[in-house]
Design a protein around this ligand. Structure first.
Ligand code: 48F
Length: 266
């Protein structure tokens, strides 16, 4: 007998729409909203969701993983140090010790596994969604980020004049990488002081991996009430260096921001 898998197209539409909007509605008042699905954002989403918090992650592109996929210059391998390997061990990513204390992993394995861990832990992930602004409440020293302003990425790419929608959260993690778009928007549009050396966005320095990896973790923190920076955005915010295809700092940054927000919110 030949296999038959009949299904109704219109039922499919309804099933997808209901499931999507159930997920979306559950994210409209979440605990933590993460901008960017690179290694730091995904690690944070995984750890926060695992702790039982209501987490939403918005990623502009179709695929999660950010700068992981291409390894170094499209050689799709990346390295992590002894101090950070536990994150990939726990996720189940195979690692090889290439030289003492230096572990190499397949970038495809890292990107797909971190995305899977975040999703399976219960983070609500919205790919193809761009964050264009934040929601602020209170003035002067009472001002605080209380949500995100989001739009569909195809709307953004086509340059269509379509208004965004807003979701509320107790904390935002800015994990958009080198450009730290959302934090820059906060500073550009509002008369606000960040908790940085200059009171503003300091900007990224050139390559110095040895400093950058350690700094990424130190720089991961709340820089404005309700707004945390993680990953490369943390270094760029505080004026530290870039580090190329060494990813330990990104993983530890995601782990740190999750740990601190769990302590704050639970
Ligand atoms: O750049 P990205 O991978 O950030 P990360 O977690 O990791 C940095 C490393 O990949 C690498 C490095 C390692 O040593 O230096 O660069 O700090 O991922 C950032 C993600 O944010 C998305 C972007 O598409 C990418 O996947 N993104 C950026 N701006 C927005 C955004 C936005 N406005 N809305 C939604 N997603």
């Amino acid at each position: 007998a030949s296999a038959s898998l009949p299904f109704d197209e219109i039922a499919t539409t309804r099933v997808i729409a209901r499931a999507y909007f159930d997920k979306f509605l559950a994210a409209t008042e979440c605990d933590v909203a993460i901008v960017g699905g690179g290694p730091s954002g995904l690690t944070a989403a995984w750890k926060l969701a695992e702790a039982g918090l209501n987490v939403a992650l918005f990623e502009r592109k179709l695929s999660l993983g950010g700068g992981v996929w291409g390894g170094g210059m499209t050689w799709n391998m990346l390295v992590v140090q002894e101090e950070s390997r536990h994150v990939l061990d726990e996720a189940g990513v195979p690692l090889t010790e290439a030289q003492p204390g230096c572990f190499v992993a397949d970038a495809v394995s890292v990107a797909s596994t971190l995305a899977s861990k975040a999703c399976l832990a219960g983070a609500k992930i919205f790919n193809c969604m761009s964050v264009e602004d934040v929601m602020l409440r209170g003035e002067g020293p009472r001002a605080r980020v209380t949500g995100l302003v989001i739009n569909s990425s195809p709307v953004e790419i086509a340059g269509l004049h379509v208004d965004p929608v807003t979701i509320g959260c107790k904390a935002v993690i800015e994990a958009t990488g080198h450009d730290m778009e959302v934090l820059r928007t906060l500073v550009r549009k509002n008369d606000v002081q960040l908790d940085t050396a200059t009171g503003g966005v300091v900007g990224e320095k050139s390559m110095w991996a040895g400093r950058a990896e350690t700094d990424t973790v130190l720089n991961t923190r709340e820089v404005f009430p309700g707004m945390w920076v993680a990953g490369m955005a943390a270094n760029a915010t505080h004026g530290s260096y870039r580090m190329g295809p060494i990813f330990g700092g990104m993983l530890l940054s995601g782990e740190k921001v999750a740990r601190e927000l769990i302590a704050r919110l639970q």
